[in-house]
Design a protein. Sequence first.
Length: 141
Amino acid sequence: MARGEFSARKLSKSRQRFRWKDVHYMRRKLQMKKREPLGVAPQGKGIVIAKRTVEQKQPSSGLIKAVRVQLIKNNIQVTAFVPGNHAIDHINEHDEVLLEGIGGSQGGPVGSQWGLKYKVVAVNGISLSEILKGKKQKPMR
């Protein structure tokens, strides 16, 4: 690579080209975060469309309880994990749920949960953990 007295233009051009190999630079410049379902927000509200189960990745076996949710802000449909024993029984279709990221590396899924990037935090404005403990009752919509 040129290192001479008049090589500044070539050096800066090649530096710009090589920066695109950096994943963080590329995601920032292409504004990839804005294209995700929740956008740049940490949480998002949505309406439950359907309840379903998702199979785990190998070598684990079992069914993960999940709900299909349509986000209010942009009408994108995502599948969200419902944490807790028998928590899926407290969620019905057309309930309003609050979603947040599940906390995997680079915004991805955790462990054997295949394709589940979001989890349910609240149902109809009441925290899911309080509903499961029996402290509060879920209001009807």
